[in-house]
Design a protein around this ligand. Structure first.
Ligand code: UT7
Length: 330
């Protein structure tokens, strides 16, 4: 396999995940809006999602994933020198969720910042963490993708409320002789940002009026069309530019937005569905948490092995795409 200049000394040294206990099934949704299990499963591949309890928020998802990481790998957290949390649904804008994690686990001397790149957030945060380790300034970085999308979902809108769920995944990166990062790719189409948003202070996006209730709004058809067109191109560009082919990939981990989107991407790129890891059937669309939750399900089934090559591909609000080719070093 060709070596790429981006290859670094940031290795994956621990992994954890968390989902809340409460299950919201397609049948449950039939009682809430005019929908049915057959429509939801056929159109999205989703069967159920996890929903945070009333008193649980994004920080709790983060804490759960980090506790799981500690339990599974017995790692020391005290010498972490940076915490990055990717989320679109923080408990508060500030303090950041990363600062909450720092406090919860008593990490004495670390940087802490939240990354907001919607469904591309976890992959973007991994890219940034790799850069911080590559720079030589940091050695041990905790990266978390966490969401409580249920707190920002309009449960009267059947076109969005059937999609979203809650959860988190955490990955520890450490400076090592053998690195995990092989190649990366990003592309942003900010001109179409109004097709998928969660409002904050402004009633417009680049002059386009938007709903201002801080709930998730999506033009599903437009985002669908964009994803099935741009993601296959992005995969081909990432592979070609860096001297790889689909043959080099053991596992494709796309953002679990919709199984039909994933099937179309696979068809257009020649990646087999058998080597594609998703989490939407069990957990719905969990935005920044969906890629680590897919990895978690595969780890529990002992599918991912040390040395495997993973293609992670996040896409969504922005509209933003963020991808990574990773060697699994755990
Ligand atoms: O995570 C960030 C990235 N997000 C995505 O990638 C999501 C992209 N978009 C999608 O996944 C899909 O567009 C949806 C799953 C959101 C919608 O599926 P679709 O096949 O694009 O449906 P549609 O919006 O074209 O609607 C088809 C029909 C409409 O009825 P008419 O106008 O044909 O009579 C909708 O009103 O389905 C209707 N519909 C529903 N029917 C039953 C919409 N939502 C529902 C529902 N249950 N929940």
């Amino acid at each position: 396999m060709q070596q790429h200049p981006l290859q670094s000394h940031a290795a994956i040294t621990a992994f954890g995940a968390y989902v809340p206990d409460r299950i919201l099934s397609n049948n449950d949704l039939e009682q809430m809006v005019d929908t049915n299990d057959e429509w939801i499963f056929q159109r999205t591949g989703i069967k159920e999602r996890r929903i945070a309890a009333e008193e649980q928020f994004c920080s709790d998802m983060c804490f759960g994933a980090v506790r799981d990481l500690q339990l599974r790998y017995g790692v020391v957290l005290e010498d972490i020198d940076y915490v990055l949390v990717a989320t679109t649904t923080p408990d508060t804008y500030f303090p950041s969720m990363a600062a909450r994690v720092q406090a919860e686990f008593g990490i004495p001397a670390s940087g802490a910042a939240d990354i907001q790149a919607a469904c591309a957030g976890f992959v973007s945060a991994l890219q940034l963490a790799n850069g911080l380790i590559l720079s030589g300034a940091y050695r041990k970085i905790l990266v978390i993708g966490a969401e409580t999308l249920s707190k920002a979902t309009d449960y009267t809108d059947r076109s969005t409320c059937i999609l979203f769920g809650d959860g988190a995944g955490a990955m520890l990166l450490e400076r090592r002789e053998e690195g995990a990062f092989l190649a990366s790719y990003n592309l942003t189409n900010g001109s179409n940002g109004h097709n998928l948003y969660r409002s904050s202070l402004s009633p417009t996006i680049a002059g386009v009026p938007i709903q201002t209730n801080s709930l998730i709004v999506q033009n599903g058809r437009e985002v669908y069309r964009w994803a099935v067109t741009t993601v296959p191109k992005g995969i081909n560009a990432l592979l070609e530019r860096n001297g790889f082919t689909t043959e080099d990939i053991n596992w494709f981990v796309p953002h679990s937005a919709n199984m039909r989107i994933v099937e179309s991407i696979c068809e257009r790129t020649g990646i087999s569905l058998d080597q594609t890891l998703t989490s939407m059937q069990q957990y719905g669309n969990t935005s920044a948490a969906s890629i680590p939750l897919s990895i978690d399900l595969a780890l529990k089934e002992e599918r991912i092995k040390t040395g495997d090559t993973l293609l992670l591909y996040g896409f969504g609000g922005g509209l933003t795409e963020s991808a990574l080719l990773l060697r699994w070093t755990l």
